[in-house]
Write a protein that binds this ligand. Sequence first.
Ligand SMILES: Cc1ncc(COP(=O)(O)O)c(C=O)c1O
Length: 383
Amino acid sequence: MKKKERIYLAPPHMSGRELQYIQEAFRSNWISSMGSNIDEMEKQLAAYTGAKHTLLTSSGTAALHLALRVLEVGQGDTIFCSSLTFVASANAILYQHAIPVFIDSEPDSWNMSPKALERAFEDAEKKGKLPKAVVIVHLYGQSSDMEALQEICNRYQVPIVEDAAESLGATYKGVQSGTLGRIGIYSFNGNKIITTSGGGAIVSEDPDLIEKAKFWANQAKEPALHYQHEEMGFNYRMSNILAGIGRAQLEVLDQRIRKKRRIFERYNASLQSLPGFEFMKEMTYGTSTRWLSALTVDPDVSSSTALEIIKALSDENIESRPVWKPLHLQPLFKGAAYFSHQPEESVSDRLYEHGICLPSGTNLTDAQQDEVIKIIHKVVTST
Ligand SMILES: Cc1ncc(COP(=O)(O)O)c(C=O)c1O
């Protein structure tokens, strides 16, 4: 019997115009790190997000690394970072030989807990060593509660880096996610709401920060004919070919957000009444893109656990995933300090243990989604 076509979690979804821009790069022979696709995509991204200054990079991770570098993060500095996230958020901290301190989520938005952040700052102040920056991650397409977090960071005069890799297009009080901190970063990895196959961007209100980032992204090349280098740089630029993909993708970003939200609505309508099922809430302060439709399954109430559901979907060739394993639980960060939401309550541990991210690709058909829903109903009612 022919195996059923695999349903992926968040595969790339081309608009159809990508090749036109790629061909433009070929026609003009600007197939490297300069060209009109780069210029246009940077302009488009600025226009969409309202960010004043933008720089395209080879990945979101590279953008994060540059962000920490321009904030002069160095050996032995501490950086506060959301714990419930992909490892890239904190790898950039290690690249700069700095020390991550992990901050828990709060239960409603699943994003950084202002309470935990407050306690982390109090502790840092007591020890006489404030962090050099706070990396705030916006999870699964939803902004963190930026005002509450900004109030704390501003009080201690510590800059915010917004890791908006998963939240391009989300808003907070009408403002685009990624543009509220001192620096924001986006990812255009293949699984993101729009993609360049691989790529990222760094944005800021401050032109000097982006200028510096550009300098380091380009091997710290001094303006001299003979390749003069006074500092260590990186090769972190995006290619003009990939920016061609990004131009076409940005044109359909609003469409993609609408589809992601529709996918969520359909899951929500047919699964939310199942005992113990609770979808990630959309906070009243903003709009979530619902990059991934995510929920928790309470094993004390449901007849199935999150892992049993993931396994049942996998048996039918459908990819779903647990919620991120919090970084404070990762062996890589063993021994790192961690501040939970309440002294006795770690929210991210619970979200990880009971969370599921369901297939959320914008090219998912209704029939495929119905299949996912049917399997989940079957597991839950048959156990
Ligand atoms: C929260 C978060 N930060 C950073 C990254 C890194 O982005 P990239 O894969 O473009 O390096 C990702 C995803 O890949 C992510 O989900």
